[in-house]
Design a protein around this ligand. Sequence first.
Ligand code: CDT
Length: 314
Amino acid sequence: MIRKYVVSSAQMGPISRQDTRQDCVNRMLEMMKEAAAKGSRFIVFPELALTSFFPRWIIEDQAELDTWFETSMPNADTMPLFEMAKALNIGFNLGYAEKIVEGGETRYFNTAILVNQAGEICGKYRKIHLPGHDEPQPGRRHQHLEKRYFEQGNLGFPVTPMLDTRIGMLICNDRRWPEGWRVLALQAAELVCLGYNTPDDHSGFEEVDALADFHHLLSMQSGSYLNSVWSIATAKCGLEEGSSLIGNSAITAPSGQIVAQSETLEDEVINAEIDLDMAKQYRQTFFDFGRHRAPENYQLISKRRMALPEPDDT
Ligand code: CDT
């Protein structure tokens, strides 16, 4: 079987506070049509693609905070995406804020789903590496309150069989942590998709902000190469409610080479034909896990959360 087909990243420009879910879905529908016209079978949308990036704001009122979350999926606003996916025979990955009652408790997650070409949800991931703070930081122009508004994901790092391959999901900050990539690769993922909202104006360190694009691409390229997986990274970008978000959506090969990259800070579709069997060359050589990995030496990774301060902490 030849496993070569076109995939797409549908980058979104800024979403304002006033934009409705329908506004966002209409933009996504346009991009889905554009991708399908190029023969694409799979399209990746950004993290929190249905709203502005609300964790930048201090929102004290729970009822107001709840308006940023989806309580069901699909719902009346997002149903057209599912219907068009089925009509165009294209799968997709979508990020959104999820409010759910689980075990009698109301819970809030930063979530991504996989939808197959029949328009059915076939995979779900809830973001594990939540960045930022759980308390507002005094003096900051923009907050980053993901730790306040979301709970850490409780689904692990699942891999979903789909489109003759195995797809894993990460969300934004997850791309900087090699552990998630590896857990996906150890389940034989061949394609990793990731949406992101990455500001380049609020770390508090100018030198760090200046490298935001470089560090994003470095993370995607090294994640792909070190784990022999294709990756599709999709930005929400541009000047959103006064916050500057990077673009550079990218499709990256298991070689670590970028094969398609966005050029604007607006809605933009990029496409690439990917050969899923390319990963085999890497998995049979440098990254033949069975021959070369030595998990008995890695126990600290799952036992210890942080580096000990002592220099001799071996
Ligand atoms: N959305 C998200 O995860 N953004 C982070 C930046 C956090 S800055 C406190 C990222 O890693 O891109």
